[in-house]
Design a protein around this ligand. Structure first.
Ligand SMILES: Cc1cc2nc3c(=O)[nH]c(=O)nc-3n(C[C@H](O)[C@H](O)[C@H](O)COP(=O)(O)OP(=O)(O)OC[C@H]3O[C@@H](n4cnc5c(N)ncnc54)[C@H](O)[C@@H]3O)c2cc1C
Ligand code: SF4
Ligand code: SF4
Length: 395
């Protein structure tokens, strides 16, 4: 794609300047000039009253690996660690089943690993019609290059229409590699997935522009259509012990050779429950004042057998590791109870926790935006409220 200003038409009226969300247009005398940070989003084109902005869409020069008419089936990448299936897989199988039924096609899970054949049954019980199983000792631990090679190999052979993966650390590293290799599109961090009833394509919806709008993205020509979904956004598929399915044991057609050598795997040691698995989360914000005061959050989390969350402000200040961050650039959580202590409730934090069943906000500012999403709001000093809660819970 390319963009240009037609000098003979531009009057220098300046209408396009405010239309550009990236500040990528400036006026030089009576002429609009496009700057290097233009993303070719097209927002300025229709705003120009003199049709002086022309955006040219080049025909894609690289063809899709296979065509939409050849493609069939909805696939879910079954993420596993040490042979245990990550629960985001069950969430994706629930949504995948729904999408596959709407497309009148099969739902398949793809399981890569070493000695994990005993895990196929649970994928079928959660809704998969088929499981593609690749067992290879090279796949024991996740390594982006060979996992991508193995998955691409399967995709080229079996030509799925849709591939879903969790927006986990593994999913976020694997899917862009696969999409780039296959020259197809990928929508990261979707919050909703539907099928267009007429065109039978995947409608991939996700927050855009800092969560201010919801954008629905499509991949009409290339295949597979690829999307990642964050953990805990979708409900898990129910278990049906009677379900039967097929297991297709596939071997990669080429030897899996990785350029990545794993020296050591260091597990994070945490006294509290894992954030994304927790039913109760107690989160701390800048209102805590200093790093040491996270001890109070930890004490409340331990008393509730919950996990510890944090706002980005506290992570950026080095008060708590990034793995605890909730929000747009952190984790999305959906616990039964979310307790926000000294967190103002900016949109980037809210997008990561506003689906929680019950939200309790403790903030000394009655106007704090967190109270707009809170089920229960406590206007008060967290250094009084939190110790009082801990004291009551310990009784
Ligand atoms: C691209 C981008 C991505 C971002 N991603 C994230 C993200 O993933 N997660 C995230 O959290 N933020 C994110 N942010 C940052 C976000 O915009 C806010 O800056 C951040 O959430 C603010 O953190 P906070 O609420 O802890 O701090 P503040 O906004 O400073 O709020 C502190 C609150 O504590 C209250 N308070 C102070 N003292 C007390 C007390 N003694 N008792 C009770 N209340 C008290 C204050 O009234 C105030 O409301 C992102 C920003 C950008 C631009
Ligand atoms: S195409 Fe988008 S980014 Fe580029 S100048 Fe126009 S509005 Fe700005
Ligand atoms: S809106 Fe059109 S005419 Fe006005 S400055 Fe921009 S390009 Fe030129």
């Amino acid at each position: 794609m390319s963009i240009k200003i037609l000098e003979d038409k531009c009057t220098g009226c300046g209408a396009c300047l405010s239309a550009c969300p990236f500040g990528a247009i400036e006026l030089k005398g009576k002429l609009a000039v496009i700057k290097d940070n233009c993303t070719l989003c097209g927002a300025c084109v229709d705003v120009c009253p003199f049709e002086a902005i022309v955006l040219t869409k080049d025909k894609p020069s690289i063809s899709s690996t296979y065509s939409a008419t050849e493609a069939k089936g909805v696939w879910v990448f079954a993420e596993q660690e040490e042979g245990n299936i990550h629960s985001v897989t069950y969430e994706l199988l629930g949504k995948g089943r729904e999408l596959a039924d709407k497309l009148r096609t099969e739902l398949c899970a793809v399981l890569l690993g070493s000695k994990i054949g005993n895990r196929t049954e649970e994928l079928i019980q959660r809704g998969a019609d088929k499981v593609y199983l690749v067992e290879n000792e090279q796949l024991l631990n996740y390594r982006s290059d060979i996992y991508s090679d193995a998955l691409v190999d399967l995709i080229r052979r079996y030509k799925p229409d849709v591939i879903l993966a969790g927006a986990t650390s593994v999913g976020r590293s694997l899917t862009p590699r696969v999409a780039a290799t296959l020259k197809t599109g990928l929508t990261a961090d979707c919050t909703s997935l539907e099928i267009d009833p007429e065109k039978k394509i995947l409608l991939q919806t996700r927050p855009a522009f800092g969560g201010n709008i919801m954008a629905t993205i499509i991949c009409p020509e290339r295949r597979p259509q690829m999307a990642t979904v964050r953990h805990k956004v979708l409900p898990e598929a129910e278990v049906d012990k009677e379900r039967k399915g097929e297991v297709i044991v596939a071997q990669p057609q080429r030897a899996l050779v990785s350029n990545i050598k794993i020296e050591d795997i260091v597990k994070e040691i945490d006294k509290t429950v894992k954030l994304t698995e927790a039913d109760i989360i107690v989160s701390g914000g800048r209102g805590l004042g200093k790093k040491e005061n996270f001890g109070l959050i930890e004490e409340l989390a331990l008393a509730l057998k919950g996990a510890m969350g944090a706002s980005r402000a506290t992570v950026d200040s080095g008060w708590i590791p990034y793995s605890h961050q909730v929000g747009q650039t952190g984790k999305t959580v959906c616990p039964k109870v979310y307790i926000a202590c000294g967190i103002s409730g900016q949109i980037q934090h809210l997008v990561g926790m506003q689906s929680s069943k019950i939200i309790i906000a403790i903030n000394k500012d009655p106007e704090a935006p967190i109270f707009k999403v809170a089920t229960y709001g406590i206007v008060g000093d967290l250094f009084e409220v939190v110790p009082a809660l801990i004291k009551e819970l310990k009784k």
